[in-house]
Design a protein around this ligand. Sequence first.
Ligand code: SAM
Length: 145
Amino acid sequence: MKHQIIVAGKPSLKYAKDGVAEYKKRLTRYGSYDLKHVKDGSSIDVSKRLLDGSQNAIRVVMDERGEQLTTQQLFNKINQWEMRGEKRATYLIGASDGHTQDLRDRADLVWALSPLTLQHELALVVLLEQLYRIATMQRGEPYHR
Ligand SMILES: C[S@@+](CC[C@H](N)C(=O)[O-])C[C@H]1O[C@@H](n2cnc3c(N)ncnc32)[C@H](O)[C@@H]1O
């Protein structure tokens, strides 16, 4: 299954750029992990771009109001999607005003990394680290303990 992360706005914080570069580099060994940036804007405009970009794919809306999962639970979900033949999973990160309720309603999963509101580039780094962790678990590698 291909994984695509779609983020509102261009990266600007150095520590986040470094974190993104590090996990993108690590993930190259594990399959297809693509990062796409869409234009920033109002909640309505950004949610529409994220909705359009995630058509015909598993749609994971990253949102502090969502379900809090353990890494093992996320691993199980990704394995289930792969076993039922899903081709692409998208992970959607919003802008300063967050997602619309309509986008949340159309999600396969609304996933909260924590109940805290995170700066969106920090949320991106945490998401990439979790996808990397799960990729190593799928290979039976010892990164996850
Ligand atoms: C600054 S936050 C938006 C906060 C906005 N006030 C709201 O109500 O959602 C920007 C984006 O970062 C992501 N994000 C922030 N905190 C998150 C968390 N705890 N779990 C998952 N994603 C988060 C979400 O995609 C969110 O749309």
